[in-house]
Design a protein around this ligand. Structure first.
Ligand code: NAD
Length: 257
């Protein structure tokens, strides 16, 4: 649906790869100008920008490590300096670290929580302050996970961060609703992206996972991007405070009798 995001500016964090990249390209195809945030691989961000422009939109790239407050503020500042506005924020950057709970180090904890929760928290704050001052509406979409709700043994830091972003989303939906700012989460199940590299290379593990997915396949980044485009568009004007699950049925609580 071309044009649903015409005239809008959207920040997508971690959009040099995976789901963030697909969202940036999809938003551009619907008319948005996209701020492609990347941490340390400029060539990936440039590829996203090239593909976003080929899809019909515009894009700029901004280097930013979302765990650093100055970088985080800079993403929003660059949107206003270079593009004059910022309507949509997609908190997509995320990492995961596998460890038994009793072996999790403070370093692991800080690494995961700082990207997945603290980064999203303060970037959202910088994004909201500008909208509040200008009395303008906005859209916040967090790429959470089915693990904002569903256990994931050996990934306690990841679950803590995604559970945190679920409650942050719900709280902000209430607090920011009067400002005309909507806040929603997308909770993907298993999507074929670089974050799942080891899973994709482990056939027995992958087959065991597929046996629990009613649609019997992994999802694609483009499918997640389609949902994000809906939530960013006027069609979702009355949607706030919700998590949209996109998981091929993984979370349906069903056991063969
Ligand atoms: P990915 O590894 O391709 O994407 C993660 C992106 O985050 C990368 O581009 C990476 O550079 C960026 N990033 C990491 N640390 C950063 C930092 N400090 N500052 C800025 N950017 C940083 O994997 P993906 O699957 O596309 O993950 C995107 C989001 O989707 C994550 O939040 C992830 O938790 C979530 N998710 C993915 C799946 C899945 O199955 N792929 C499932 C549920 C949720």
């Amino acid at each position: 649906m071309p044009g649903r995001l015409a005239g809008k500016v959207a920040i997508v964090t971690g959009s040099g790869s995976g789901i963030g990249k697909a969202i940036a390209i999809r938003f551009a195809s619907e008319g948005a100008t996209v701020v492609v945030d990347y941490r340390n691989r400029p060539e990936q961000a440039i590829d996203t920008k090239t593909k976003a422009e080929a899809a019909g939109g515009k894009a700029i790239t901004v280097q930013s490590d979302v765990t650093k407050m100055a970088d985080t503020q800079n993403i929003v500042d660059q949107a206003y300096l270079q593009l004059g506005r910022c309507d949509i924020l997609v908190n997509n950057a995320g990492i995961e670290k596998r460890a038994d709970f009793w072996d999790v180090t403070e370093q692991d904890y800080d690494a995961v929580l700082n990207v997945n929760l603290k980064g999203a928290f303060f970037l959202t704050q910088f994004f909201v302050r500008r909208l509040r001052d200008a009395k303008l509406p906005g859209r916040i979409i967090n790429i959470s996970s089915v693990h904002e709700d569903m256990a994931f043994p050996h990934f306690s830091t990841y679950c803590a961060s995604k559970g945190g972003i679920r409650m942050l989303m719900r709280n902000l939906a209430v607090e920011l609703g009067p400002l005309g700012i909507t806040v929603n989460n997308i909770a993907p199940g298993a999507i074929a992206t670089p974050i799942n590299k080891s899973l994709l290379e482990d056939k027995p593990k992958l087959d065991a996972l597929l046996a629990n997915i009613p649609l019997s396949r992994l999802g694609t980044s483009e499918e997640v991007a389609g949902l994000a485009a809906f939530l960013a568009s006027d069609e979702a004007a009355y949607v706030t405070g919700s998590t949209y699950v996109i998981d091929g049925g993984l979370m349906v609580d069903y056991h063969e009798q």
